[in-house]
Design a protein around this ligand. Structure first.
Ligand code: ZN
Length: 120
């Protein structure tokens, strides 16, 4: 394997340790208490609360992130983004390798005349 690919695979593996598929979203909302200030003042909503959002079986889902774990959630999302980016870089390298390989094969085919097949 090429040196560049080895480095990318190493980084890809690092990303897999923390990555969580999805995005992050922050929302502020009203609670269920009709006497709460959030019912009267739109500036006093609860939150913002952080969620990891993702799709499962074509449905949108979210995982609530407790405030003390916000850093972990952000790292997990960054790891997922990195995994995706590194995967695309590896795929591009593989494509270039195929291109070179196929070009080389084409040159070899046209340059070397076919050997005659012995018949019996
Ligand atoms: Zn409230």
């Amino acid at each position: 394997m090429m040196r560049r690919q080895e480095q990318l695979v190493k980084r890809l593996l690092q990303a897999t340790e923390q990555m969580v598929q999805g995005g992050l979203s922050e929302t502020s909302r009203r609670c269920g208490n009709p006497n709460c200030i959030c019912r009267r003042d739109p500036n006093r909503l609860h939150g913002p609360h952080l969620y990891i959002t993702y799709r499962k079986d074509a449905k949108s889902c979210s995982l609530y992130v407790p405030p003390e774990h916000a850093k972990t959630a952000r790292r997990a999302q960054q790891a997922w983004a990195a995994f995706w980016k590194i995967g695309c870089s590896l795929a591009a390298l593989n494509r270039e390798q195929l291109r070179r390989q196929w070009q080389q094969e084409k040159k070899t085919r046209t340059a070397v005349p076919r050997r005659s097949v012995p018949r019996d």
